[in-house]
Design a protein around this ligand. Sequence first.
Ligand code: ZN
Ligand code: ZN
Length: 160
Amino acid sequence: MASDDDFSAEGRCTCGAVRFRMTSRPLFVNCCHCRWCQRETGASFALNAMIEADRVVLLQGAPEVVDTPSNSGKGQKISRCPTCRIALWSNYGGGGGRVRFVRVGTLEDPDRLPPDIHIFTSSKQPWVVLPPGTPAVAEYYNSDEVWPASSIARRKALFG
Ligand SMILES: [Zn+2]
Ligand SMILES: [Zn+2]
């Protein structure tokens, strides 16, 4: 894997009022097949790049934060463009404000961040065929067992 310094990725909402840059690789990319993500996307799964909040830099505009129920019951805060309302990233209850779940589809080149793992495959829509070679779990997972060492170190730096 390339070093963090080599990677940056820009993203935006549909109307272009909000633009941002991820300043390093994400910690991990989850492809979530839970029913909540299916409802929130209106589709079959959500693709979320987890990254430290301070590695997401606003280039233009200011997202509006919308309190939204979540599967865990702890709630999530979805940051949306105040004009077109497209969701750019979420913060979940557990991670507080320190980790953002950037919606990979908002990046200019989303092809650069394929899933590192498929989660909640117990509710995967049956026509979605998962590729061999990418880990997949019925529900959630323990990041200590799955994340690369560099991401675990970053998480420890963040949460102590
Ligand atoms: Zn917009
Ligand atoms: Zn989900």
